[in-house]
Design a protein around this ligand. Structure first.
Ligand code: NAG
Ligand code: NAG
Ligand code: NAG
Ligand code: NAG
Ligand code: ZN
Length: 451
């Protein structure tokens, strides 16, 4: 195994010490010595840093991250889904689906009864067949166990299953404590996890408050890097380094917004003419009966005059956003153009804009025994991570009821070809059917060249 996951504490020293002292330790501690267990499956750890712009790596604060992306898989960016909001993208990465299927249309969304729902069981259960990757892992059995640390939607049952280990979002829990907890999950005596999805709330929070180029954000970038370094050190301490496939990513980018040109809805619409859900820059509006035409006219007039936002009726929402398809979308969708915002929020920087905007793109790097080394690819799609992880873990995709949007065709190029051969030897086409149907010919071609 030629894993490139190394950290500043070399493993050589650890090994020598183990050989020299193991008998002494055995004599002293005897049978009470704790023996860590490790999953027999490959291990995948996904560490997500909210709002980490791909170019944050250029600020000179992240030497560890730079080293990992140099030695492993480097991307210019991770293409995310519309709207480029947090819960939407975390749930897209968890389910391999665009918003049109998983129904999380924003951090809040109208349910089918027209109520605006926030973070709740209901928000994440538009369809009871939705199967997050940590659930599919558990459903696949054979000693597969998931650990989910503060990832959006993690505390709920899906298909009557909860992850073996999970921790709800708790901002006050120090980052290193969170990592220590995940190490207990990875080395648990009877149910060690093979899959870890882990969330960190920065640099998003300080970017909103102080702006993309603030010193506060620079400080958070340093903190991100030190945390990754700590994670690697803990992996090494538990002898997990060579077995772990590590993905470090974000959900979206961030852009400073121009409040001088804030779009003041109060000057456009009578407050009694609509109810609103979602948040700037993407607002879902339900219009009051009888005022629909007048409200729409006011909005389109303002749009033509200001040119800072777009108004869409349901059937006009661009197809490329993969946003339509659930009964959660309401009468109108307002989308501010970058870098403008509506008056519902007061922040220095924001995200949520069109996912074609480079400023909204997310970060991705990967390193570990199954990933190519010193490999660079322009971009990947965040929904495809679902297919990649299901594939690495040889999960039982026959257990899926809804077809994810995720595809292996593009993302599989980041895996070492040996991993592909290994897969061919151990899998039936049936296990892959959710991820290859559209791209079968390309994959067959690939199979011919590799195997
Ligand atoms: C959140 O974490 C802090 C620090 O670890 C802890 O003291 C507190 O009890 C936690 N809160 C909840 C609700 O779990
Ligand atoms: C963030 O910036 C503000 C204003 O410059 C400063 O007062 C504060 O101490 C900073 N906080 C951190 C955590 O750096
Ligand atoms: C449309 O704009 C006009 C002029 O500002 C205002 O008087 C009216 O209340 C608005 N109508 C609605 C439905 O918001
Ligand atoms: C949930 O997904 C299943 C399978 O794709 C589909 O048959 C069903 O209609 C969906 N339910 C809703 C409420 O959309
Ligand atoms: Zn945010």
């Amino acid at each position: 195994m030629s894993a490139k996951l190394t950290c500043s504490f070399g493993r050589t020293l650890t090994l020598k010490m183990t050989i020299v002292f193991s008998w002494v330790v055995w004599l002293l501690v005897g049978y009470q010595q704790h023996v860590d267990a490790i999953s027999k499956h490959p291990i995948v750890c996904v560490l997500a840093f909210d709002g980490f712009r791909p170019d944050y790596i250029l600020r000179g604060q992240t030497p560890t991250l730079e080293r990992l992306s140099r030695e492993g898989v480097h991307t210019q960016f991770l293409k995310n889904v519309f709207p480029t909001k947090t819960f939407v993208n975390f749930f897209s990465m968890a389910t391999g689906m665009y918003a049109h299927k998983h129904g999380v249309l924003g951090n809040t969304a109208f349910n089918k009864d027209g109520q605006c729902i926030g973070y709740s069981y209901e928000l994440f259960h538009y369809n009871s067949s939705i199967t997050p990757i940590w659930t599919l892992n558990e459903l696949s059995g054979e000693g597969r166990h998931s650990g989910v640390m503060m990832w959006a939607g993690e505390q709920y049952e899906y298909r009557n299953v909860t992850p073996t280990f999970s921790q709800e979002y708790n901002e006050t829990m120090p980052w290193n404590d969170r990592i220590d907890m995940t190490m207990e999950w990875l080395t648990h005596k009877s149910t060690p996890i093979n899959l870890l999805y882990m969330y960190f709330e920065q640099p998003d929070s300080d970017s909103h408050k102080y702006g993309v180029n603030s010193k506060n954000v620079t400080k958070q970038l340093k903190r991100v890097d030190v945390t990754i370094e700590y994670f690697l050190r803990q992996l090494s301490k538990h002898d997990l380094m060579e077995k772990t496939n590590l993905i470090i990513l974000s959900d979206h980018g961030m852009v400073d917004i121009d409040y001088d040109k804030m779009i003041d809805l109060r000057k456009i619409l009578d407050p009694g003419s609509y109810t609103m859900c979602g948040g700037s820059p993407v607002l879902q509006l339900q219009l009051t009966q009888g005022l629909e035409e007048e409200a729409y006219r006011n909005l389109t007039n303002a749009r033509d005059q200001l040119k800072t936002f777009e108004v869409y009726k349901k059937n006009e929402i661009p197809k490329r956003w993969n946003y339509m398809g659930t009964n959660r979308v309401t009468d109108l969708l307002l989308v501010a153009k970058l870098p403008y915002a509506f008056n519902d929020e007061n922040v220095k920087a924001d995200h949520g804009y069109d996912n074609a905007e480079p400023d909204m793109h997310a970060y991705f790097t990967a390193i570990g025994p199954l990933f190519k080394e010193k490999f660079s690819i322009k971009h990947l799609q965040n929904i495809d991570i679902y297919a990649l992880v299901a594939y690495i873990m040889q999960m039982d995709t026959a257990k899926l009821v809804m077809k994810p949007d995720a595809s292996l065709a593009h993302i599989i190029t980041i895996l070492k070809s040996g991993a592909w051969e290994n897969f061919q030897n151990h899998h039936t086409q049936n296990n892959l059917k959710y991820f290859v149907s559209k791209h079968r010919r390309r994959i067959h071609k690939r199979e011919a060249t590799v195997g």
